[in-house]
Design a protein around this ligand. Structure first.
Ligand code: ADP
Length: 330
């Protein structure tokens, strides 16, 4: 279990993480979702004690990270896939990490096998593709067989087969009762992987919900109807008491999926030609964009709003700058 309480990080006048509280529970894949610059990486760095909070605390099974007896055996993390020593082979990178953390040598072979790098284990990691680098980073996270795993944008650079593999890996790790915390800026990715969601925007917590509830609340179903006899259709719908929203392309949107039959029958009874009558489902990506865009606009348009950080700027980049050198993994 990871407990984040009122976690806050300020860089100069920039509030990167703003009084964020949430819990990450074992047995689930918890998605950490937010647009670029939302504060995900900063939060993860503070969880691993790689950055000091301005305020608030993170507890890992009740303890601060730095007080964990053998951190690598407690919590494994993939942060920056480039954090490995490029001059060393994949095997030696992992062996160094294993030896400095009293992890048996045999475990190195095991994790290389899990991530599919056994055939290139003796090759220098600087020649690795982004995807191979990600796999090596994942191997290092798994090395201590930890109960808690944290992955920052793990599908970056992976090919479709690799993406499928990491999704299954995360689900399996959660099914074994482990705590799996994974960040992404893509709702579509989270929808396929996570069963719980923490959403942040502009450093603030926007949602802490089960994936099922998020889908139920945000996947709007509606019917799109379009007729060359636009005004007559509008009239017919109005007289039948149907709430229809006119959209830019000359069509109407009507909430619900079951209404298509009713609309079709209404149109036929009035002798109207329809060019379209189609059930639609709003995408979760749209719901996520709406949720986080709201936060961005709020900050950008109301800089003097009480209780909000005046200097918060809209996110402009994907924050992959880990500042640190490399060895912060263990
Ligand atoms: P995300 O991981 O969600 O993309 P980050 O945590 O990387 O977001 O960044 C959150 C905000 O904090 C961004 O506006 C970023 O520019 C800022 N930030 C991150 N790290 C630093 C730093 N070391 N110094 C100054 N600002 C930073």
């Amino acid at each position: 279990m990871i407990e984040v309480e009122e976690l806050t990080k300020r860089y100069g006048d920039k509030l990167a993480v703003d009084h964020v509280s949430f819990h990450v529970r074992p047995g689930h894949v918890t998605g950490f979702l937010g647009p670029n610059g939302a504060g995900k990486s900063t939060t993860m760095r503070m969880m691993l004690d790689l950055d000091t909070p301005t305020a608030g605390v993170v507890r890992i099974d009740g303890k601060h990270y730095r007080d964990l007896p053998e951190p690598l055996k407690y919590m494994g993390a993939l942060l920056d896939a480039k954090a490995m020593h490029g001059g060393r082979s994949a095997y030696n990178n992992l062996l160094c990490l294993a030896q400095s953390n009293e992890i048996p040598r045999a475990r190195v072979d095991e994790v290389l096998d899990v991530v599919g790098l056994t055939p290139v284990a003796r090759k220098k990691s600087k020649g690795f593709s982004l995807g191979m680098g990600q796999r090596l980073g994942i191997a290092s996270a798994l090395l201590g067989d930890p109960k808690i795993l944290m992955f920052d944008e793990p599908v970056n650079g992976l090919d479709p087969e690799g993406i499928h593999w990491i999704r299954n890996l995360m689900k399996n790790l959660a099914a074994q009762g482990r705590t799996v915390f994974v960040s992404s800026h893509l709702m579509s990715e989270m929808a396929l992987t996570a069963d719980h969601l923490i959403v942040i925007g502009q450093g603030r917590l926007l949602a802490d919900t089960s994936m099922a509830d998020f889908i139920a609340e945000n996947s709007r179903s509606f019917v799109r109807v379009r007729s060359p006899q636009h005004e007559q259709l509008k009239d017919v719908l109005h007289r039948a008491g149907v709430t229809a929203v006119e959209v830019g392309d000359g069509s109407f949107e009507i909430e619900g999926v079951g209404v298509a039959k009713q609309i079709g029958e209404l149109a036929a009874a009035s002798g109207l030609t329809l060019h379209e009558l189609s059930p639609q489902q709003a995408s979760l990506e749209e719901a996520f964009m709406r949720m986080t865009a709201g936060a961005v606009e709020y900050h950008a348009h109301n800089p003097d709003e009480p209780g909000l950080p005046a200097a918060a700027a809209p996110p402009t980049r994907w924050g992959a700058q880990w500042g640190g050198s490399g060895d912060g993994k263990g």
